[in-house]
Design a protein around this ligand. Structure first.
Ligand SMILES: [Zn+2]
Length: 117
């Protein structure tokens, strides 16, 4: 399966919420927001749903890929599935009250207790 993205993201961030930790199997999730039209998927993904979020993963290896939200024209790409993320620096962190106690805030990133205001 191949993902192709065109254009630049509107947001790059880290999420420490329980759902994202469960999705990634890690202590937080790193993501970048693109217009949904910027993403081309060649091949099949599977997804699971939590409230309005459809969280897509690779059916072969299980890697988290992206999420779409009902009624939202954006797609949240998981940075771990992209080949080159060198220019995608997280500008903020959300759900920081759920951050692992041993993990320091990312220098320069805005800190939000819950979702973006
Ligand atoms: Zn989250």
């Amino acid at each position: 399966m191949t993902l192709r993205l065109d254009g630049d993201p509107s947001e790059v961030g880290l999420c420490h919420c329980r759902t994202c930790r469960r999705e990634t199997g890690g202590p937080f999730m790193a993501y970048a927001v693109f217009p949904r039209a910027a993403l081309t998927v060649v091949g099949e993904t599977r997804s699971w749903i939590e409230t309005t979020d459809h969280r897509h993963f690779c059916p072969r290896c299980g890697s988290p890929l992206f999420a779409t939200m009902d009624g939202d024209p954006a797609v949240e790409m998981r940075l771990g599935c992209l080949d080159d993320t060198s220019d995608l620096t997280p500008a903020f962190e959300i759900w920081v009250d759920r951050r692992a106690p041993w993990l320091a805030p990312l220098p320069g990133a805005a800190q939000h207790k819950r979702n973006l205001p």
